[in-house]
Design a protein around this ligand. Sequence first.
Ligand SMILES: Cc1cc2nc3c(=O)[nH]c(=O)nc-3n(C[C@H](O)[C@H](O)[C@H](O)COP(=O)(O)OP(=O)(O)OC[C@H]3O[C@@H](n4cnc5c(N)ncnc54)[C@H](O)[C@@H]3O)c2cc1C
Length: 687
Amino acid sequence: MPEYADAKPHYRINDTKNIHLLAERQSSTFDVEDFAQFMFGGSDNPFDINTRRQLSFVEVHLFFEYNLSFCLARLAITHPIHQTHLPFEYLTADEHYSLCIRKSFAAIDAVNRLNITNRKHRGWFYEIFVNYYFSFYIHTSMCIYAIENLASEEQKHTLLPLAESFQIIATYAQTELGHGTDIRRLETEAIFDKTTDSFILNTPTLTATKFWPGSMGKTVNHVLLMAQLYTPDSNHACGVQMFLVQIRDLKTHQPLPGVEVGEISTRFAHIFGDNGYLRLTNVRIPRTQMFMKLAHVDSNGNFTRQGDARLLYGTMVHERLRLINTTLIALIRAMAIAVRYSAVRFQGLNPSGKETRILDYPLQQEKLIPSLSTTYAFLIAFIKLDRYFFQLKTNDDDYFRELPQLHALSCGFKGYTLSISERIAQICRVACGGHGFLVASGLVTSRNGIDGGCSAEGDNVVLLQQTARYLLKRMQQVEENNSGSLHSSVAYLNLPLWLPPTSLKLDDYCRLFESRSQLLVKEMFGKMLESTSSSPYDAFIQNSIELVHMAKAHMETFIIRAFYDQVQNARQHVSIALVLEQLFYVYAIHTLRNTSTDFVRLKLLSADQIYELESRVLPDLYIQLRPNLVTLVDAFDFHDFELDSCLGRYDGQVYEALMERARLNPSNRHKVPPIWTSIKQGTLSKL
Ligand SMILES: Cc1cc2nc3c(=O)[nH]c(=O)nc-3n(C[C@H](O)[C@H](O)[C@H](O)COP(=O)(O)OP(=O)(O)OC[C@H]3O[C@@H](n4cnc5c(N)ncnc54)[C@H](O)[C@@H]3O)c2cc1C
């Protein structure tokens, strides 16, 4: 990476124009920059705030030869292409699509000129530049990773340079019209033809049609196709394998012969995205285009499995972590918008004749403070998980030993946090009243993005069942007195039973949640053993509601532990530790009250204790956290360009922004809409 200017925050307190927001920032009990560095600093932090800042502050002459009058510019943000269009919501679907493609290529061009070589940094730059609509996101985040990990060395050697230079642009084509969750039943076929040393690809039925892959409808020229492999000599199905298939001509972008491809109907969210469908009729690809690291077909059609099949799990963990990362960014955007807006919005006269700031209503705090605490809890736990994954990747032995744990945690984390994040994004939307319903609030995009994530890469509940299976296996390990090799996140399964004290201190919360999980897992393990169902499959299905509940409890335990550790890490920074501790308590108590039945039933807490926590301790915590709410979201350090919200702008000039955005509405071009002109002039033909 080239040398950039210092990593400075996007804004300083003096940039605040709204006096109420200024007062909020002045009343904070901690330094926002220290807090941001503590939480998001470090190159191994998935939110690595300094590199993100550096990527947006670059010396202008590196790129803007035509505009040397500026010394520094935020390149991603100040590129002239951003001045060429109306806000996204005023564009037609086609205009928006074309703009995203243009911006995506401009971003790639900038990355090349700036010689940004680190892949993670390039990814961030693309996302910031195109405001989280980078058209080749799946290609850069998923397909390149798949080539690296699932293609043979020879294939990698040929394909990686083409993929890295965007000559090949691919997407991941797994889901079919008839099958999503259960990929064993996919119907797309790849039949090996010995005479031509190639595979013949077909989607033989209506339900085999590939449906949903992102960027497939109009954008990519290749797909990573998941298809059932058949080789005549093997005389049996060889299971689902991955194939690299060219679907469009590289010169003309026309679909190739045998390929029917298009966009599926308009989605609930991602309105302007490009999810596609694909039908293949006798499309031939060379044998060498099956990914051959884990499976191999020779020129005689002999099929063999090879390599370590666990690599596939590793790839899935990686993809899941990237999806979680993206949705967490959507979540923190929503939080930043809702909190800042609540600090500048006044509504309702109080007895002193003044209007009340909506953030001062306890009911608004009840919406936003548990949401913000939960958001921080998720961020902290995710940072821990992501760091752990990348640390392990440096050593194969450690990696493979820990992979079952990583798989279970990433499934559980995706399933658990996305469902809650979706609810929080909706709470943020409602907390901003009518203005929150405007696309210009920025909340709709965040909420819809998280919503789509709940299904993409596996339904939340389906994934949580994977975590449940893992927990049952680990309990089996404990029962067989084989707990020495228990993974760290389930070490609690083997702890002696713990009874909480009458008054809970900070240290007690981890044990409290661990004890609940331990009891739930033991209970479910017993239920499964005693089940009279005809098969383990039936037993699992019949108990699946409780099993998923158990998996969620495990995820809460993991998150609480990560949060607690972070509070301990902050001990040297008194003001940071204090605010983190308050957030920790809110998350713990809020989570506990949502599942209070468990704690009461398992005799870990009494109903009175929970009532005390909920009715007295929680409101006290709201009062303590109140002065810091705005700075807690300022610490995310979004540039207004990234936030893209009239309500959440740093300077607080909300009403000015709303009016400006309304006036930009192309509908206002006509003072009198043409239909009214016709009516008034009596020229409207009657049907
Ligand atoms: C925004 C978005 C982007 C996507 N991008 C891609 C992409 O790039 N490439 C791609 O291949 N696909 C993509 N998909 C498809 C996605 O991977 C699938 O939607 C997902 O795997 C779920 O499959 P399905 O929709 O067929 O749901 P189904 O498998 O039909 O499940 C429907 C519902 O049934 C229930 N259910 C199913 N199985 C079980 C079970 N075992 N236990 C309990 N309940 C169950 C769940 O409630 C589930 O939500 C995308 C989807 C979305 C929404």
